[in-house]
Ligand binder design. Structure first.
Ligand code: GLU
Length: 449
Protein backbone atom coordinates (compact mmCIF):
# COMPACT_ATOMS: atom_id res chain seq x y z
CA UNK A 1 0.00 0.00 0.00
CA UNK A 2 1.02 3.61 -0.61
CA UNK A 3 3.28 4.60 2.31
CA UNK A 4 1.53 7.87 3.12
CA UNK A 5 -1.89 6.23 3.08
CA UNK A 6 -0.65 3.41 5.28
CA UNK A 7 0.87 5.81 7.81
CA UNK A 8 -2.36 7.81 8.11
CA UNK A 9 -4.40 4.62 8.64
CA UNK A 10 -1.88 3.32 11.20
CA UNK A 11 -2.03 6.63 13.09
CA UNK A 12 -5.81 6.52 13.21
CA UNK A 13 -5.68 2.94 14.51
CA UNK A 14 -3.20 3.83 17.24
CA UNK A 15 -4.82 7.09 18.26
CA UNK A 16 -8.43 5.89 18.20
CA UNK A 17 -8.12 2.33 19.47
CA UNK A 18 -11.13 3.03 21.71
CA UNK A 19 -13.28 4.04 18.70
CA UNK A 20 -13.58 0.79 16.70
CA UNK A 21 -16.40 1.87 14.36
CA UNK A 22 -14.56 5.04 13.44
CA UNK A 23 -11.34 3.13 12.71
CA UNK A 24 -13.29 0.61 10.64
CA UNK A 25 -14.82 3.23 8.37
CA UNK A 26 -11.57 5.14 7.88
CA UNK A 27 -9.85 1.91 6.86
CA UNK A 28 -12.61 0.97 4.44
CA UNK A 29 -12.78 4.36 2.73
CA UNK A 30 -9.06 5.13 2.63
CA UNK A 31 -8.11 1.72 1.26
CA UNK A 32 -10.14 2.57 -1.86
CA UNK A 33 -8.27 5.83 -2.31
CA UNK A 34 -4.88 4.31 -3.07
CA UNK A 35 -4.83 5.05 -6.83
CA UNK A 36 -5.99 8.62 -6.17
CA UNK A 37 -3.29 9.30 -3.58
CA UNK A 38 -0.69 7.77 -5.92
CA UNK A 39 -1.76 10.10 -8.70
CA UNK A 40 -1.82 13.24 -6.50
CA UNK A 41 1.43 13.66 -4.57
CA UNK A 42 0.25 17.16 -3.61
CA UNK A 43 -2.18 15.55 -1.13
CA UNK A 44 0.70 14.20 0.90
CA UNK A 45 2.51 17.55 0.82
CA UNK A 46 -0.58 19.25 2.23
CA UNK A 47 -1.16 16.29 4.59
CA UNK A 48 -4.71 16.25 3.32
CA UNK A 49 -5.61 12.79 4.61
CA UNK A 50 -4.70 13.54 8.23
CA UNK A 51 -6.89 16.61 8.03
CA UNK A 52 -9.75 14.55 6.63
CA UNK A 53 -9.84 12.18 9.61
CA UNK A 54 -9.87 14.97 12.19
CA UNK A 55 -13.37 16.43 12.69
CA UNK A 56 -13.51 20.21 12.53
CA UNK A 57 -15.37 20.18 15.85
CA UNK A 58 -16.92 17.55 18.13
CA UNK A 59 -18.75 18.20 21.37
CA UNK A 60 -20.92 16.53 23.96
CA UNK A 61 -23.52 18.11 26.16
CA UNK A 62 -25.78 17.32 29.10
CA UNK A 63 -29.43 16.54 28.44
CA UNK A 64 -31.60 16.32 31.54
CA UNK A 65 -35.30 15.58 31.29
CA UNK A 66 -38.23 14.60 33.49
CA UNK A 67 -40.04 11.27 33.10
CA UNK A 68 -43.83 11.04 33.49
CA UNK A 69 -43.45 9.68 37.02
CA UNK A 70 -41.58 12.83 38.08
CA UNK A 71 -38.13 11.25 38.16
CA UNK A 72 -35.21 13.06 36.52
CA UNK A 73 -32.81 11.49 34.01
CA UNK A 74 -29.58 12.66 32.43
CA UNK A 75 -28.22 11.58 29.03
CA UNK A 76 -25.27 12.60 26.91
CA UNK A 77 -25.87 14.61 23.73
CA UNK A 78 -23.34 14.54 20.84
CA UNK A 79 -22.67 16.58 17.73
CA UNK A 80 -19.72 16.02 15.43
CA UNK A 81 -19.25 18.75 12.79
CA UNK A 82 -16.90 16.73 10.64
CA UNK A 83 -16.21 18.56 7.41
CA UNK A 84 -17.57 21.92 6.26
CA UNK A 85 -15.51 22.35 3.08
CA UNK A 86 -18.42 22.07 0.63
CA UNK A 87 -21.36 23.36 2.69
CA UNK A 88 -22.92 23.69 6.14
CA UNK A 89 -22.50 20.60 8.30
CA UNK A 90 -25.36 18.25 7.51
CA UNK A 91 -26.38 14.92 8.94
CA UNK A 92 -28.80 13.19 11.23
CA UNK A 93 -29.34 12.76 14.95
CA UNK A 94 -29.55 9.25 16.32
CA UNK A 95 -31.36 8.53 19.60
CA UNK A 96 -30.44 5.02 20.67
CA UNK A 97 -29.05 3.55 23.85
CA UNK A 98 -25.75 2.41 22.25
CA UNK A 99 -24.81 5.82 20.80
CA UNK A 100 -21.26 6.83 21.74
CA UNK A 101 -18.45 8.95 20.33
CA UNK A 102 -17.14 6.21 18.03
CA UNK A 103 -20.55 5.69 16.45
CA UNK A 104 -21.19 9.40 16.00
CA UNK A 105 -17.75 9.89 14.43
CA UNK A 106 -18.03 6.93 12.05
CA UNK A 107 -21.40 8.19 10.88
CA UNK A 108 -20.12 11.75 10.45
CA UNK A 109 -17.07 10.54 8.52
CA UNK A 110 -19.23 8.45 6.17
CA UNK A 111 -21.52 11.45 5.78
CA UNK A 112 -18.62 13.48 4.33
CA UNK A 113 -18.38 11.21 1.28
CA UNK A 114 -22.11 10.57 1.02
CA UNK A 115 -23.05 14.25 1.04
CA UNK A 116 -20.34 15.06 -1.46
CA UNK A 117 -21.64 12.32 -3.79
CA UNK A 118 -25.07 13.97 -3.95
CA UNK A 119 -23.43 16.84 -5.85
CA UNK A 120 -25.23 19.30 -3.54
CA UNK A 121 -23.57 21.91 -1.28
CA UNK A 122 -23.68 20.06 2.03
CA UNK A 123 -20.84 19.41 4.46
CA UNK A 124 -20.97 16.60 6.98
CA UNK A 125 -22.03 16.11 10.57
CA UNK A 126 -23.81 13.67 12.84
CA UNK A 127 -25.07 13.65 16.38
CA UNK A 128 -27.51 12.14 18.77
CA UNK A 129 -27.79 10.78 22.25
CA UNK A 130 -27.66 7.58 24.28
CA UNK A 131 -31.31 8.27 25.16
CA UNK A 132 -33.42 5.12 24.56
CA UNK A 133 -36.80 6.02 23.03
CA UNK A 134 -38.16 2.47 23.55
CA UNK A 135 -41.35 2.61 25.58
CA UNK A 136 -41.20 6.38 26.17
CA UNK A 137 -44.43 8.39 26.18
CA UNK A 138 -45.05 11.26 23.79
CA UNK A 139 -44.60 13.75 26.64
CA UNK A 140 -41.25 12.21 27.58
CA UNK A 141 -40.07 12.37 23.98
CA UNK A 142 -41.14 16.02 23.74
CA UNK A 143 -39.39 17.04 26.96
CA UNK A 144 -36.24 15.18 25.95
CA UNK A 145 -36.21 16.92 22.53
CA UNK A 146 -36.75 20.32 24.15
CA UNK A 147 -33.89 19.81 26.58
CA UNK A 148 -31.64 18.48 23.79
CA UNK A 149 -32.30 21.55 21.64
CA UNK A 150 -31.86 23.95 24.55
CA UNK A 151 -28.27 22.71 24.77
CA UNK A 152 -27.64 22.50 21.01
CA UNK A 153 -29.33 25.59 19.56
CA UNK A 154 -26.36 27.96 19.89
CA UNK A 155 -24.17 25.76 17.71
CA UNK A 156 -26.44 25.16 14.70
CA UNK A 157 -28.17 27.33 12.09
CA UNK A 158 -29.30 27.22 8.43
CA UNK A 159 -25.79 28.26 7.25
CA UNK A 160 -23.88 26.55 10.06
CA UNK A 161 -25.11 23.06 10.80
CA UNK A 162 -28.43 21.49 9.78
CA UNK A 163 -29.32 18.32 11.73
CA UNK A 164 -31.99 15.84 10.61
CA UNK A 165 -33.34 12.47 11.66
CA UNK A 166 -31.68 9.08 11.92
CA UNK A 167 -32.53 6.01 14.02
CA UNK A 168 -34.96 6.97 16.79
CA UNK A 169 -35.49 10.44 15.32
CA UNK A 170 -38.38 10.87 12.89
CA UNK A 171 -40.78 13.65 11.93
CA UNK A 172 -42.24 13.90 15.43
CA UNK A 173 -38.85 14.39 17.10
CA UNK A 174 -37.59 16.82 14.44
CA UNK A 175 -40.71 18.95 14.80
CA UNK A 176 -40.37 19.06 18.60
CA UNK A 177 -36.72 20.04 18.15
CA UNK A 178 -37.72 22.73 15.65
CA UNK A 179 -40.42 24.11 17.97
CA UNK A 180 -37.85 24.56 20.72
CA UNK A 181 -35.27 26.09 18.35
CA UNK A 182 -37.83 28.64 17.14
CA UNK A 183 -38.78 29.56 20.69
CA UNK A 184 -35.16 30.07 21.71
CA UNK A 185 -33.99 31.75 18.53
CA UNK A 186 -37.01 34.03 18.19
CA UNK A 187 -36.90 33.82 14.40
CA UNK A 188 -38.44 31.75 11.61
CA UNK A 189 -35.40 29.80 10.54
CA UNK A 190 -36.88 26.52 9.43
CA UNK A 191 -33.82 25.76 7.31
CA UNK A 192 -32.07 24.80 10.58
CA UNK A 193 -33.45 21.25 10.57
CA UNK A 194 -34.70 18.91 7.87
CA UNK A 195 -37.29 16.17 8.03
CA UNK A 196 -39.83 18.53 9.63
CA UNK A 197 -43.58 17.92 9.40
CA UNK A 198 -45.02 19.38 6.20
CA UNK A 199 -46.85 22.28 7.87
CA UNK A 200 -43.60 23.46 9.54
CA UNK A 201 -41.73 23.47 6.22
CA UNK A 202 -40.91 19.80 5.73
CA UNK A 203 -40.50 18.58 2.16
CA UNK A 204 -42.89 16.22 0.45
CA UNK A 205 -41.23 12.84 -0.23
CA UNK A 206 -38.61 13.35 2.55
CA UNK A 207 -40.09 10.52 4.67
CA UNK A 208 -39.92 8.10 1.72
CA UNK A 209 -36.70 9.48 0.21
CA UNK A 210 -34.06 7.11 1.61
CA UNK A 211 -36.05 4.01 0.65
CA UNK A 212 -37.12 5.35 -2.75
CA UNK A 213 -33.59 6.51 -3.49
CA UNK A 214 -32.21 3.07 -2.61
CA UNK A 215 -34.61 1.44 -5.07
CA UNK A 216 -33.77 3.99 -7.81
CA UNK A 217 -30.10 3.18 -7.30
CA UNK A 218 -30.86 -0.56 -7.40
CA UNK A 219 -32.66 -0.11 -10.72
CA UNK A 220 -29.46 1.36 -12.18
CA UNK A 221 -27.49 -1.69 -11.05
CA UNK A 222 -30.08 -4.08 -12.47
CA UNK A 223 -30.13 -2.19 -15.77
CA UNK A 224 -26.36 -2.60 -16.02
CA UNK A 225 -26.91 -6.38 -15.77
CA UNK A 226 -29.75 -6.32 -18.31
CA UNK A 227 -32.28 -7.23 -15.61
CA UNK A 228 -35.50 -5.72 -14.27
CA UNK A 229 -36.75 -5.19 -10.75
CA UNK A 230 -40.23 -6.63 -11.41
CA UNK A 231 -40.50 -10.16 -10.04
CA UNK A 232 -37.42 -9.93 -7.79
CA UNK A 233 -37.45 -10.96 -4.12
CA UNK A 234 -35.66 -8.75 -1.61
CA UNK A 235 -34.43 -9.43 1.95
CA UNK A 236 -34.51 -6.27 4.07
CA UNK A 237 -33.53 -5.74 7.68
CA UNK A 238 -35.08 -3.34 10.15
CA UNK A 239 -38.68 -2.15 9.97
CA UNK A 240 -38.22 1.60 10.31
CA UNK A 241 -38.57 4.50 7.96
CA UNK A 242 -35.97 3.33 5.43
CA UNK A 243 -37.32 -0.21 5.09
CA UNK A 244 -40.86 1.22 4.82
CA UNK A 245 -39.79 3.37 1.84
CA UNK A 246 -38.14 0.37 0.16
CA UNK A 247 -41.29 -1.74 0.62
CA UNK A 248 -43.46 1.01 -0.89
CA UNK A 249 -41.33 1.60 -3.98
CA UNK A 250 -40.37 -2.05 -4.53
CA UNK A 251 -44.06 -3.04 -4.41
CA UNK A 252 -44.99 -0.28 -6.84
CA UNK A 253 -42.37 -1.63 -9.27
CA UNK A 254 -43.46 -5.26 -8.94
CA UNK A 255 -40.76 -6.58 -6.57
CA UNK A 256 -41.39 -8.19 -3.16
CA UNK A 257 -39.70 -7.51 0.20
CA UNK A 258 -39.95 -10.83 2.06
CA UNK A 259 -38.06 -10.21 5.31
CA UNK A 260 -38.00 -7.58 8.06
CA UNK A 261 -35.98 -7.63 11.26
CA UNK A 262 -35.83 -6.04 14.68
CA UNK A 263 -33.77 -6.38 17.86
CA UNK A 264 -35.98 -9.39 18.70
CA UNK A 265 -35.43 -11.44 15.49
CA UNK A 266 -36.76 -11.52 11.93
CA UNK A 267 -39.98 -12.33 10.07
CA UNK A 268 -40.34 -14.09 6.72
CA UNK A 269 -43.39 -13.17 4.67
CA UNK A 270 -43.33 -15.19 1.42
CA UNK A 271 -46.16 -13.05 -0.04
CA UNK A 272 -44.10 -9.92 0.55
CA UNK A 273 -44.65 -6.79 2.64
CA UNK A 274 -46.65 -5.75 -0.35
CA UNK A 275 -50.15 -4.59 0.56
CA UNK A 276 -51.04 -1.09 1.79
CA UNK A 277 -52.21 -2.64 5.07
CA UNK A 278 -48.87 -4.39 5.67
CA UNK A 279 -46.78 -1.41 4.61
CA UNK A 280 -48.78 0.98 6.80
CA UNK A 281 -48.41 -1.41 9.71
CA UNK A 282 -44.63 -0.77 9.71
CA UNK A 283 -45.35 2.87 10.57
CA UNK A 284 -47.68 1.77 13.33
CA UNK A 285 -45.09 -0.66 14.75
CA UNK A 286 -42.43 2.05 14.79
CA UNK A 287 -44.78 4.60 16.37
CA UNK A 288 -45.75 2.12 19.12
CA UNK A 289 -42.27 2.52 20.61
CA UNK A 290 -42.17 -1.23 21.33
CA UNK A 291 -39.31 -1.88 18.90
CA UNK A 292 -40.46 -5.46 18.17
CA UNK A 293 -40.85 -7.05 14.74
CA UNK A 294 -42.71 -10.03 16.19
CA UNK A 295 -45.83 -7.84 16.17
CA UNK A 296 -45.87 -8.14 12.35
CA UNK A 297 -45.79 -11.95 12.50
CA UNK A 298 -48.59 -11.98 15.08
CA UNK A 299 -50.77 -9.67 13.01
CA UNK A 300 -50.28 -11.23 9.59
CA UNK A 301 -49.75 -14.88 10.57
CA UNK A 302 -46.23 -15.30 9.19
CA UNK A 303 -43.27 -17.04 10.81
CA UNK A 304 -41.10 -15.20 13.35
CA UNK A 305 -37.53 -16.34 13.98
CA UNK A 306 -36.53 -15.10 17.45
CA UNK A 307 -32.97 -13.87 17.90
CA UNK A 308 -32.02 -14.53 14.25
CA UNK A 309 -31.04 -12.41 11.28
CA UNK A 310 -32.66 -12.71 7.83
CA UNK A 311 -29.46 -13.32 5.84
CA UNK A 312 -29.97 -17.07 5.44
CA UNK A 313 -33.16 -16.59 3.39
CA UNK A 314 -32.85 -17.34 -0.33
CA UNK A 315 -33.65 -14.17 -2.29
CA UNK A 316 -32.49 -12.31 -5.40
CA UNK A 317 -31.38 -9.17 -3.59
CA UNK A 318 -30.13 -8.45 -0.06
CA UNK A 319 -30.65 -4.93 1.26
CA UNK A 320 -29.29 -4.68 4.82
CA UNK A 321 -31.21 -1.66 6.03
CA UNK A 322 -31.07 -1.86 9.84
CA UNK A 323 -27.82 -0.77 11.44
CA UNK A 324 -24.02 -0.96 11.43
CA UNK A 325 -22.18 -4.30 11.40
CA UNK A 326 -25.33 -6.35 10.91
CA UNK A 327 -23.64 -8.64 8.35
CA UNK A 328 -20.50 -10.46 9.55
CA UNK A 329 -18.30 -12.84 7.56
CA UNK A 330 -20.41 -15.84 8.52
CA UNK A 331 -23.58 -14.20 7.15
CA UNK A 332 -21.72 -12.99 4.05
CA UNK A 333 -20.73 -16.61 3.30
CA UNK A 334 -24.34 -17.67 3.71
CA UNK A 335 -25.47 -14.91 1.32
CA UNK A 336 -22.93 -16.00 -1.32
CA UNK A 337 -23.82 -19.68 -0.84
CA UNK A 338 -27.48 -18.82 -1.46
CA UNK A 339 -26.55 -17.44 -4.87
CA UNK A 340 -27.64 -13.87 -4.07
CA UNK A 341 -26.41 -11.74 -6.95
CA UNK A 342 -27.10 -8.26 -5.59
CA UNK A 343 -25.82 -7.10 -2.21
CA UNK A 344 -27.09 -3.56 -1.86
CA UNK A 345 -26.08 -1.92 1.44
CA UNK A 346 -28.62 0.56 2.77
CA UNK A 347 -27.93 1.17 6.47
CA UNK A 348 -24.71 3.04 7.26
CA UNK A 349 -21.80 0.54 7.32
CA UNK A 350 -24.03 -2.56 7.66
CA UNK A 351 -21.17 -4.89 6.71
CA UNK A 352 -17.97 -5.61 8.63
CA UNK A 353 -14.84 -4.93 6.57
CA UNK A 354 -13.91 -8.61 6.22
CA UNK A 355 -17.46 -9.51 5.14
CA UNK A 356 -17.46 -6.67 2.62
CA UNK A 357 -14.09 -7.75 1.17
CA UNK A 358 -15.37 -11.34 0.96
CA UNK A 359 -18.53 -10.38 -0.92
CA UNK A 360 -16.64 -8.07 -3.28
CA UNK A 361 -14.28 -10.93 -4.13
CA UNK A 362 -17.16 -13.26 -5.17
CA UNK A 363 -17.32 -13.27 -8.98
CA UNK A 364 -21.11 -13.59 -9.11
CA UNK A 365 -21.93 -10.89 -6.55
CA UNK A 366 -22.42 -7.17 -7.17
CA UNK A 367 -21.89 -5.00 -4.10
CA UNK A 368 -23.22 -1.46 -3.77
CA UNK A 369 -22.15 0.72 -0.82
CA UNK A 370 -24.53 2.43 1.58
CA UNK A 371 -22.98 5.87 1.25
CA UNK A 372 -24.26 5.92 -2.35
CA UNK A 373 -27.40 3.81 -1.95
CA UNK A 374 -28.87 5.70 1.03
CA UNK A 375 -27.82 9.19 -0.09
CA UNK A 376 -31.35 9.95 -1.33
CA UNK A 377 -32.35 10.80 2.24
CA UNK A 378 -29.81 13.52 2.80
CA UNK A 379 -30.17 14.69 -0.82
CA UNK A 380 -33.87 15.28 -0.24
CA UNK A 381 -32.95 17.07 2.99
CA UNK A 382 -30.86 19.42 0.85
CA UNK A 383 -33.91 19.90 -1.39
CA UNK A 384 -35.87 20.77 1.77
CA UNK A 385 -33.21 23.39 2.59
CA UNK A 386 -33.62 24.91 -0.89
CA UNK A 387 -37.40 25.13 -0.48
CA UNK A 388 -37.01 26.67 2.98
CA UNK A 389 -34.54 29.32 1.89
CA UNK A 390 -36.55 30.16 -1.23
CA UNK A 391 -39.84 30.14 0.73
CA UNK A 392 -41.33 27.69 -1.76
CA UNK A 393 -43.09 24.35 -1.65
CA UNK A 394 -42.43 21.86 -4.43
CA UNK A 395 -44.98 19.24 -5.43
CA UNK A 396 -44.44 15.57 -4.76
CA UNK A 397 -43.59 15.00 -8.43
CA UNK A 398 -41.02 17.82 -8.49
CA UNK A 399 -39.19 16.45 -5.45
CA UNK A 400 -39.40 12.85 -6.63
CA UNK A 401 -38.04 13.68 -10.08
CA UNK A 402 -35.10 15.54 -8.58
CA UNK A 403 -34.42 12.67 -6.18
CA UNK A 404 -34.52 10.19 -9.04
CA UNK A 405 -32.09 12.27 -11.10
CA UNK A 406 -29.72 12.66 -8.13
CA UNK A 407 -29.67 8.87 -7.58
CA UNK A 408 -28.91 8.27 -11.26
CA UNK A 409 -26.09 10.84 -11.04
CA UNK A 410 -24.63 9.23 -7.91
CA UNK A 411 -24.62 5.83 -9.59
CA UNK A 412 -23.00 7.20 -12.75
CA UNK A 413 -20.39 9.25 -10.84
CA UNK A 414 -19.38 6.10 -8.95
CA UNK A 415 -19.13 4.00 -12.10
CA UNK A 416 -17.08 6.70 -13.85
CA UNK A 417 -14.69 7.28 -10.93
CA UNK A 418 -13.82 3.58 -10.66
CA UNK A 419 -13.33 3.29 -14.42
CA UNK A 420 -11.11 6.41 -14.47
CA UNK A 421 -8.72 4.75 -12.01
CA UNK A 422 -8.72 1.42 -13.83
CA UNK A 423 -10.76 -0.39 -11.18
CA UNK A 424 -13.45 -1.71 -13.53
CA UNK A 425 -17.06 -1.91 -12.40
CA UNK A 426 -16.46 -1.28 -8.69
CA UNK A 427 -19.30 0.63 -7.08
CA UNK A 428 -17.68 0.62 -3.62
CA UNK A 429 -14.36 2.14 -4.62
CA UNK A 430 -16.09 4.40 -7.15
CA UNK A 431 -18.34 5.96 -4.49
CA UNK A 432 -15.39 6.51 -2.13
CA UNK A 433 -13.30 8.10 -4.86
CA UNK A 434 -16.04 10.32 -6.30
CA UNK A 435 -17.11 11.44 -2.83
CA UNK A 436 -13.52 12.12 -1.80
CA UNK A 437 -12.59 14.06 -4.90
CA UNK A 438 -15.00 16.95 -4.48
CA UNK A 439 -14.17 17.48 -0.79
CA UNK A 440 -10.44 17.17 -1.54
CA UNK A 441 -10.68 19.79 -4.28
CA UNK A 442 -12.47 22.23 -1.94
CA UNK A 443 -10.01 21.64 0.92
CA UNK A 444 -7.01 22.10 -1.33
CA UNK A 445 -8.51 25.31 -2.77
CA UNK A 446 -9.31 26.76 0.67
CA UNK A 447 -5.75 26.46 1.99
CA UNK A 448 -4.34 24.62 4.95
CA UNK A 449 -6.09 24.96 8.29
N1 GLU B 1 -29.46 10.35 8.85
C1 GLU B 1 -29.60 10.36 7.41
C2 GLU B 1 -28.30 9.94 6.77
O1 GLU B 1 -27.64 9.08 7.26
C3 GLU B 1 -30.17 11.66 6.90
C4 GLU B 1 -29.32 12.86 7.15
C5 GLU B 1 -29.93 14.17 6.69
O2 GLU B 1 -31.00 14.14 6.08
O3 GLU B 1 -29.32 15.21 6.95
O4 GLU B 1 -27.90 10.39 5.73
Amino acid sequence: MNAYLRSVIENVKAKHADEPEFVQTVEEVFTSLEPVVEKHPEYEKADLLSRMVEPERTFTFRVTWMADDGTWHTNTGYRCQFNGAIGPYKGGLRFQKDVNLSIVKFLAFEQTFKNSLTGLPIGSGKGGSDFDPTGKSDGEIMRFCQSFMTALHRYIGPDIDVPAGDMGVGTREISYLFGQYRRLRGAWENGVLTGKDFASGGSLVRPQATGYGAVYYLENVLKHEGEQIAGKTIACAGFGNVTWGICKKATELGAKVVTLSGPDGYVYDPDGVATPEKIDYLVEMRASGRNRVQDYADKFGVVFYPGEKPWGVKVDICMPSAMQNDVHLEQAKQIAANGVKYYIEVANMPTTNDALAFLMAQPGVIVAPSKAVNAGGVATSALEMVQNSERLVWTEDEVDQRLHQIMNNIYQASVDAAAEYGLGYNLVAGANIAGFQRVADAMMAQGIF
